[in-house]
Write a protein that binds this ligand. Sequence first.
Ligand code: DGY
Length: 313
Amino acid sequence: MPTPIPVMCDGPPPALRDLLGPEIEILEWDDSPDSPALARAVGILAYGHPRVDGPMMDRAPNLKVVINHGVGVDHIDVSAAHERKIPVGNTPGCLDASTADMTMALMLAVARNVVTGDHVARSPGFTHYDPSDMIGYEVSGSTLGIIGLGRIGRQVAKRANAFEMKVLYHNRRRDEAAERELGVIYAEFDDLLKQADFVSLNCPLTPETTNLIGTRELGLMKPTGILLNLARGPVVDHDALYAALHSRRIAGAGLDVTAPEPLPRNHPLLRLSNVVITPHLGSATDRTRQKMAEMSVVNLRAGLRGDPLPWPV
Ligand code: DGY
């Protein structure tokens, strides 16, 4: 049998280890200055969003490829990799449906008091049904504003259509094909914030989208508005978000991602009842995780062979 190729990977679960097979030697993650793993690694497989930057690549003289298990690559310095002629791959497409499902889950959870309702239903305080209690906001028929109508955003729009929502979107560029196909309506950024009952962030994290939603933007939203972040934490200024939620300047938020992630356990957002927070579960389904693992391994093997990656960034 040929000598296994050393690949550094952060905590791959048994299923991913099995897929990598005996021809790959998994090196434990070690990005320290004198890392023996980096000195040997021919590939890097980033599983749970570890930071991969240029200086780290410079400590890996044999490095041929960097693969991300997931689509967002904000934790990888892609330009630094490309400058060093190291291809970077990710897993686009396979997680669009599951992340869109989670967007709807958080939308419904916040609007319909699912989490607080669960706590009430379990508590001794729930003694009788009271029709004036825990009145939420109706999702069906309301207006959704999607910021970032990419692959995931389009799947969100499809689901919103089934809820008979009016769907606005904002992208850098208008997408007339999507407008025809999905019935979505382009809105200027500020107009979307003013008109939407639900503002859904489904954009990648880039320098342009960092702190995209701050005090000014939250101030434009309806007082009954609900913000959903299924993108990346740093898209939202969390101090501004806390102030807007605490003062009820906006009605609520559903966050699958935060900045930092996880939030420090004493972070004031964790004490608010008008926010539902999940621990980055957007793509966390059995089928999607399997597909992400398969695509990562196919991408990695191609890179190790020196072939073009099927899913390059
Ligand atoms: C992604 O693919 O970017 C998800 O956040 C999971 O990594």
